[in-house]
Write a protein that binds this ligand. Structure first.
Ligand code: F6R
Length: 366
């Protein structure tokens, strides 16, 4: 049932190209226009979006914010469900709440959904489990088609959540006319190549596995990113915590100098998610200097960067290459080696990758 893999998690990591393709299937017509008929909501009056989720799904939301603001020109906030629920968020009928949940049963997210609906906001769910509680109570739902996720740590569900979020942002752009049709069609065409990009990453992860095994006695690993790479860093750290029981933190690289740089000591592994040098040049340059700064203080730098990015090479103790994709779509490829890294490190420590201690697949208590 694990299809020749040692763990469900590895099987699910390997299934990601298909999961992405399935999530895109049938949603784009021949003219390159999005068909998201399931989003039957009065989008014309929406003036703000709040995305609410937990854990890995929250990280998908943090990435979605960039796409929603850039493409659809809609102000977007992202909040942890357990926090959103216990304050008095200012919601109006123009506020669209988006809840993201793989299982559709997460109690914190469900309570946030109910809270928002009581205040009169429409709720759109992005969910993987058909007919689960969250999509049943939401006003509309975009299903991800990752298929059943058995391993406790979320992998393929996360990548399909990203795809669903990109589709949602582009659909809003199409309805709100914030992007020309040709540009939407172009982004969708690029998105349709994502399964091949992820497949390409999967064929090059062997060195990542070797690297992970050499780090199994480390006590701490830090992750750095900027822009959409920041939530990817947080996701890499979460995977390492939950699977390898190691202290791991994801930081915004620009925040280093405001405190976390004090953590850097000789030999500390720091994984840096580098944005495309072709995307936003200032972003790339900034992170290259961050890598130099931490290396000068003794960090062992593990650099996740685009194929052909030579500027980072002199400062990388280990390099993990990913295919070139537009900046906003980059999390689809940069997350994959971090999943493999955490999985392999946990295996090297002899831990149960599919059933980490203290965790449950769906958290139905608050
Ligand atoms: C991490 C993980 C959790 C879930 C979180 C939300 O690998 O799986 O952080 O992402 O419990 O679960 P869902 O998406 O089912 O609401």
């Amino acid at each position: 049932e694990k299809g020749g893999h040692d763990h469900f998690m590895l099987k699910e990591i390997a299934e990601q190209p298909r999961a992405i393709a399935d999530t895109l299937l049938g949603r784009v017509d021949e003219q390159g226009r999005l068909r998201l008929d399931e989003v039957r909501l009065p989008l014309g009056t929406v003036d703000k979006m709040i995305i609410v989720a937990c854990g890995t799904s929250y990280h998908a939301g943090l990435i979605a914010k960039h796409a929603v603001e850039r493409w659809a020109g809609l102000p977007c906030e992202v909040e942890l469900a357990s926090e959103f629920r216990y304050r008095d968020p200012i919601l109006s009928s123009g506020t669209l709440i988006v809840v993201i949940s793989q299982s559709g049963e997460t109690m914190d997210t469900l309570m946030a959904l109910r809270h928002a609906r009581e205040q009169g906001s429409a709720v759109l769910a992005i969910c993987n489990v058909n007919g689960s509680t969250i999509p049943r109570e939401a006003d509309a739902v975009i299903y991800t088609h990752a298929g059943p996720e058995i391993a406790v740590a979320s992998t393929k569900a996360f990548l399909t959540q990203l795809v669903a979020c990109y589709l949602m942002a582009l659909y809003l752009a199409q309805r709100r006319r914030t992007l020309p049709d040709e540009e939407i069609a172009g982004i969708l065409a690029r998105l349709s190549k994502a399964p091949a990009d992820v497949e390409a990453v999967l064929t090059t992860v062997e060195p990542v596995r070797e690297l992970a095994r050499t780090l199994k006695n480390q006590r701490c690993v830090l992750f750095l990113g900027r822009h959409v790479g920041y939530p990817v860093a947080m996701e890499g750290a979460l995977k390492l915590k939950e699977l390898a029981y190691m202290h791991a933190e994801g930081f915004a690289a620009g925040e280093l100098k405001h405190g976390p740089i004090a953590l850097i000591e000789e030999g500390l592994p720091v994984v840096v998610v580098v944005p495309s040098p072709k995307g936003e040049p200032t972003l790339h340059g900034k992170i290259v200097s961050n890598i130099q700064e931490i290396r000068a203080r003794g960090a062992m730098t593990v650099v996740v960067c685009e194929d052909g990015d030579t500027a980072v090479e002199p400062y990388a103790d280990a390099l993990i290459r990913v295919p070139a994709v537009p900046t906003l779509l980059q999390p689809l490829v940069t997350t994959v080696p971090l999943q493999v890294f955490a999985c392999e490190l946990a295996s090297a420590k002899g831990l149960d990758v599919d059933q980490p201690r203290n965790l449950a697949k769906s958290v139905t208590v608050e």
